[in-house]
Design a protein around this ligand. Structure first.
Ligand code: NAI
Length: 472
């Protein structure tokens, strides 16, 4: 039996963040992983899709090259070459992560682990046992299925297959307009699919985002030739050979689509079945693991991080990193160990155009009892935005009440919402604004470099502070 300070079950972003941080805190760590360290994010999710989306972005730029006075054409897409590019990105990151874990002395044990009844020991199918002072469960999530829709991995697929990009769809129907569905719809169109339709059960696409962002993204998709139907329900999916006939109920009508690809993107479920957690009494009925703000379960010495956590935790790789740091610090009893504030975790969707947000949406702010003022700034008034040829805007949601520290007319910034070029990078500054409870007038004092897209964040807050600059 191997004895160690911490045993981590699962080597995705949550689990490996625990391991790397704990090692720097002087803890010995055993990490049990059944597939590859890096987990879903690195091998079947975030990184794979972002590499593919980058290819899509290049294709769109070539198609629009006439606008820049260039005469470029897409002569073809070598799908093996595209997949090789994605593999290269992943393998570089995977090799780096492997080396980092080794350099920090983390004992990575390959194999499928289950938790023994003592809540301290992981039994690995290779026969090894690892016992720790503390156990961290980080087994992640898996794609959720849709009752009545059989995933055959060929015509009807999930993100597991989609990130492998077996072929380029000509006609695709995507079920679910969350991040996965929207990103693949965007990708398929960029790769040249003639027909892309997104079906969303709720009343708008990107339903977790501010409604203005949902509307703007639906409009941008329409301009790109992507159809979005919301609210709409898939009634049946029938596969015949290489074609699926999908019946969709929307707005009192029934519509039929003949497609070669149906992507089921209706969320992910916690991967907590059959790994010994029932006996510990740490599971919710949904299969999520219940934890307190320190990621401690009800079982003494057992912690959990990552996608398997129940809401308000977010199934996002960067939330998993933050939970991992927290747990490692709590176990090692060092560092400041601040609980993760999920409201302040940025949300990013890599569609064209990109969507990103942090803090409260306008309706959430109102529901929380705030009187709010909103300001927005269009990328059409921003030099870099014009160079990029992008639409989109930065919207800031500001509380009207509250102390006025900086001479502005309003209170604290509660949320920032961006749709447009590099929104997923721009949100990093917005995160500082909302997390530190900045006032618009304080943000307005910050000098943004010119010309940059980031100026749009500054401009939205200049307007919110009552001192608009390049705004009519
Ligand atoms: P999701 O839960 O974010 O979205 C699924 C969508 O499907 C929801 O809008 C839901 O209303 C809709 N839906 C459910 N059942 C439906 C039905 N029968 N018909 C039509 N629509 C239906 O899940 P998603 O997009 O699969 O992503 C899984 C997780 O991975 C999420 O936590 C997501 O945030 C995360 N993720 C994050 C990314 C990023 O940060 N860029 C990229 C991809 C995924």
């Amino acid at each position: 039996m191997d004895a160690t300070d911490i045993v981590v079950l699962g080597g995705g972003p949550g689990g490996y963040a625990v391991a790397l941080r704990a090692a720097t805190r002087g803890q010995s760590v055993t990490l049990v992983e059944s597939a590859l360290v890096g987990g879903t994010c690195l091998h079947w999710g975030c990184i794979s899709s972002k590499a593919l989306l980058h290819v899509g972005e290049l294709l769109d730029q070539v198609r629009e090259s006439g606008r820049f006075g260039l005469d470029l054409t897409v002569n073809g897409i070598d799908i093996d070459g595209v997949n090789a590019f994605r593999d290269k990105v992943q393998s570089q990151l995977h090799t780096g992560l492997d080396a980092l874990l080794k350099a920090r002395g983390v004992d990575v044990v390959p194999g499928r682990g289950t938790v023994a009844d003592d809540g301290r020991t992981v039994l690995v199918d290779s026969g090894r046992r690892a016992t720790g002072r503390a156990l961290v469960v980080a087994t992640g999530s898996q794609v959720r299925s849709l009752p009545g829709v059989d995933v055959d991995g060929r015509v009807v697929i999930t993100s597991d297959e989609a990130t492998r990009l077996p072929r380029i769809p000509r006609r695709a129907l995507v079920i679910g307009a969350g991040a996965v569905g929207l990103e693949f719809a965007s990708l398929y169109r960029s790769l040249g699919a003639e027909e892309v339709t997104v079906v969303e059960a709720l009343d708008r696409i990107a339903p977790l985002e501010d409604p203005d962002l949902s509307r703007a993204l639906a409009r941008a998709f329409r301009k790109r030739g992507i159809t979005t139907l919301a609210p709409a329900l898939v009634e049946s999916v029938k596969v015949d050979g290489e074609t699926a006939t999908v019946t969709v109920a929307t707005g009192g009508d029934e519509r039929r689509f003949e497609v070669d690809t149906v992507l089921v993107a209706v969320g992910r479920a916690p991967r907590t079945d059959g790994i010994g957690l029932d006996a510990l009494g740490v599971l919710e009925q949904t299969g999520h693991v219940r934890v307190d703000e320190w990621c401690r379960t009800a079982a003494d010495g057992v912690y959990a991080v990552g996608d398997l956590l129940a809401p308000p935790a977010l199934a996002l790789a960067h939330a998993g990193f933050a939970e991992g740091f927290l747990v490692a610090d709590v176990i090692a009893e060092v560092g400041r160990g601040v609980p993760v504030d999920y409201e302040q975790v940025p949300r990013v969707t890599y569609t064209a155009p990109e969507v990103a947000s942090v803090g409260l949406t306008e309706p959430q702010a109102v529901q929380a009892g705030h009187e709010v003022a909103v300001s927005s700034y269009s990328f059409r008034g921003n030099a870099k935005g014009i160079i990029h040829g992008s639409d989109g805007f930065v919207k800031t949601v500001v509380a009207r009440e509250g102390e006025d520290r900086a001479g502005g007319e309003s209170g604290q910034v509660l949320g920032v919402h961006v749709i447009g070029p590099h929104a997923t990078d721009l949100i990093a500054e917005a995160q500082l604004i909302t997390s530190w409870g900045a006032l618009p007038a304080e943000v307005a004092q910050l000098v943004h470099p010119h010309p940059t897209l980031a100026e749009a964040v500054g401009e939205a807050h200049l307007a919110a502070a009552g001192t608009p600059f390049h705004t009519h």
